[in-house]
Design a protein around this ligand. Structure first.
Ligand code: 13P
Length: 253
């Protein structure tokens, strides 16, 4: 049985007080309504991880996620954060390969593969993001790009390792634009990802990996996306910053 997941990526938003207010609103709204089969994952900025861990540690169904990690075990890397540091403050998950990291910080295949190894070595579950730009989609290259990202960044993993990974399909043109992929467009790519996983690791394993859709998910479109056969949940940006909207998305799952 694949896990159903709703994850909120807060990006570089919310100060300490705002973050804590959001979590207390969220936990009180969600208490007793999250079905046991659904995991809610919160990805605040590094600086809020400790305080939010305190807030959610006794809330069933809530998990803590970092937005990034460094690929080295430790070292003289001023300003960076390691996997073991994340683990030590209560993180269970970490986002890797987000398009904003690829675009603004030049993160490429080999680095993302190394970050994934580091996360898995420290028992952190990667939420690994892939997805095409508008240019790539319009050139008809979406599938070859998706295949390339999976092959170069994740397919070095053993079956034992990849079965722990959550994959998020986030078309770059749908991120923060209010322009969501249609359920058909999203499902088509999710089915393709599952097919590639199946070819490489077998159908059983592929059928057990959770695939999330991300890109302008909101209370109005979540249900139709979640109704798709290969969409197991969502990675939500903007709408995860509002307790009411994020709760509605969780309820839709
Ligand atoms: P939006 O939901 O704001 O489009 O962001 C999606 C995203 O990048 C989640 O990681």
């Amino acid at each position: 049985m694949r896990k159903k997941i709703v994850a909120g990526n807060w990006k570089m938003y919310l100060n300490a007080e705002e973050a804590q207010t959001l979590v207390s609103e969220l936990t009180s709204r969600c208490r007793n309504i999250i079905p046991a089969s659904v995991e809610v994952i919160l990805a605040p900025s590094f600086v809020h991880l400790c305080s939010i861990h305190q807030q959610i540690q006794n809330e069933p169904g809530f998990f803590l996620c970092a937005q990034n990690l460094h690929e080295a075990i430790q070292g003289a890397y001023t300003g960076e954060v390691s996997a073991s540091m994340l683990k030590s403050v209560g993180c269970t998950h970490v986002i890797i390969g987000h398009s904003e990291r690829r675009q603004y910080f030049g993160e490429k295949d080999a680095l993302l593969a190394n970050k994934t190894n580091q996360a898995l070595n420290h028992n952190l579950i990667p939420i690994f993001c892939i997805g095409e730009t508008l240019e790539t989609r319009e050139a008809g290259d979406t599938f070859s790009l998706i295949k390339n990202q999976l092959t170069e960044e994740l397919f070095h993993l053993s079956a034992e390792e990849i079965k722990l990974v959550i994959i998020a399909y986030e078309p770059v043109w749908a991120i923060g634009t209010g322009k969501t992929a249609s359920p058909e467009q999203a499902q088509e790519v999710h089915a393709f990802i599952r097919e590639l996983l199946s070819e490489k690791y077998g159908a059983d394993l592929s059928n057990n990996i959770s695939l999330l859709y991300g890109g302008s998910v909101n209370p109005g479109n979540a249900q139709a996306l979640f109704a798709c056969k290969d969409i197991d949940g969502a990675l939500v940006g903007g709408a995860s910053l509002k307790a009411t909207d994020f709760t509605e998305i969780i309820k839709a799952r």
